[in-house]
Design a protein around this ligand. Structure first.
Ligand code: EPU
Length: 420
């Protein structure tokens, strides 16, 4: 297992270009199951989750050529509409094949994802929606089995805004007979991006980006070429890393509207964040102020930026309250930050962070993707050396992170444990 060694205390300076959005690519690769023929996607990052999705599509019989940033997928030869446990346990987003498989083949067998480090994360909303569209759902030895003749349009009320739930049902509805309405849908930019892709394929999706989406089902969809939007969470992570280290960084390839909630909080903390022609420039203030956040579905403050904001608050002046409303267990980074000298107390769904003048390097362990990003930022600002183990979490969502941070002046290197 690899670890990262970081020598802290160096302000980041320079320019960094944001990669394509992981959470947009994953459903889009799955949407290729709705077509026969070759889809070509560009601006695809080289990430472990993309490798896992490719492995999953190949398991089913698809041909996938991964040549980041270009990926081609041909699902014409898919014969096994199944997502096995071994792949789903590596990446819960594998459940995104469920909707497209039932829509195209009339059957799917997908391992239940189970809980994960940040919460229980059930998929009841995905299943409820497919049942409303006429699928018969059974649970068998840890697998969801869905069958139907042809899905038919339905009106589905979500109990909560679910990103992959909305995506799964949007893909299923694209080939259903008649009109589907998704009410209380997730509004994330990745949902909008998937709708753009489906419409390019010939689907009739309207309203993505709002909480009511209409989909008029069509009989067939055709393959497309598409360039993926930039990753707003990666962009936000670089902005916070620059601000926390007292640096000056231009983050290129950003859609400013996608990260407005994060930028507003940075500005409230006293950080200079400006739109420039090529991206967002961040310059840190002399001193950082404490700013509260509450995570919420888009366009609110994203849960995927909560851990990174917390490390900034760990060295801000004053006390901030960070409330996590999306996942019930997304404070795993707190105990690691405490080992580095942060003053944080967890009270139910909130973390009370009292800023300290400095963090100290320590050996810490990454527990999930965004917690890992938070620990990297902590290592960049801490006094002395930080060693982060289990960085495979980071490789799921940040492309070549140590190389890109090194290019901004950070002292960071990957150490491969050859005995592991
Ligand atoms: N939920 C249910 N039942 C469902 C679906 C969701 O109870 O059927 C609950 C979840 O347990 C959670 C809330 O609803 O409490 C929202 O979960 P959502 O379904 O929106 O999460 P997701 O679709 O599984 C995606 C991202 C996550 C991101 C969340 C929230 C992908 C592949 N994953 O997950 O990204 O945190 O939306 O924005 O798009 C990450 O990239 O690090 C990551 C975890």
């Amino acid at each position: 297992m690899d670890s990262l060694l970081i020598e802290g205390g160096i302000p980041l300076r320079g320019t960094v270009k944001v990669s394509g959005a992981k959470n947009a690519v994953l459903p889009i690769l799955c949407s290729s199951l709705l077509t026969e023929g070759t889809c070509t996607f560009s601006n695809v990052p080289a990430l472990r989750d993309i490798d896992t999705t490719a492995a999953l599509l190949r398991f089913m019989g698809a041909t996938v050529e991964l040549n980041a940033p270009i990926v081609t997928v041909n699902t014409g030869s898919v014969r096994v509409p199944e997502a096995p446990y071994d792949l789903v346990k590596q990446m819960r987003a594998s459940v995104l094949v469920l909707g497209p498989l039932v829509a195209r083949f009339g059957r799917a067998r997908v391992s239940l994802p189970g809980g994960c480090a940040i919460g229980a994360r059930p998929i009841d909303q995905h299943l409820k929606g497919l049942e409303a569209m006429g699928a018969t759902i059974t649970l068998d030895h840890g697998y969801v089995e869905a069958t139907c003749d042809r899905l038919r349009g339905a009106t589905i009320y979500f109990d909560m805004a679910t990103v992959t739930g909305t995506e799964n049902l949007m893909m299923a509805a694209a080939l259903a007979k008649g009109r589907t309405q998704l009410i209380g849908a997730a509004r994330e930019p990745e949902v909008e991006e998937l709708a753009r892709v489906l419409n390019k394929m010939g689907a009739r999706v309207d309203g993505a980006g709002t909480d009511i989406i209409h989909i008029d089902g069509v009989d067939t969809l055709h393959p497309i070429e598409h360039a993926i939007i930039p990753d707003r969470i990666e962009a936000g992570t670089f902005l916070i890393a620059a601000a926390a280290t007292g640096g000056d960084v231009l983050v290129e390839n950003v859609v400013p509207e996608h990260i407005e909630a994060v930028c507003q909080k940075l500005r409230a903390a006293g950080v200079y964040v400006e739109r420039e022609e090529r991206g967002m420039r961040v310059r840190s203030a002399k001193s950082l102020r404490a700013v509260d956040i509450t995570t919420a579905p888009h366009p609110g403050f994203p849960t995927d930026m909560q851990a990174q904001h917390m490390v900034l608050m760990a060295i801000a002046q004053g006390t901030s309250v960070i409330t996590e409303n999306i996942f019930e267990n997304r404070f795993m980074h707190v105990s690691e930050l405490q080992r580095m000298g942060a003053e944080i107390e967890i009270r139910g769904r909130s973390a009370i962070v009292t800023g300290v003048s400095k963090l100290e390097g320590a050996r810490v362990m990454a527990t999930d993707l965004r917690a890992s990003a938070c620990l990297v930022i902590a290592g960049l600002i801490a006094e002395g050396q930080t060693e982060i183990s289990r960085v495979y979490h980071l490789d799921r969502g940040y492309e070549k992170i140590e190389q890109r941070l090194s290019a901004l002046g950070a002292k960071i290197q990957r150490v491969t444990d050859r005995n592991a």
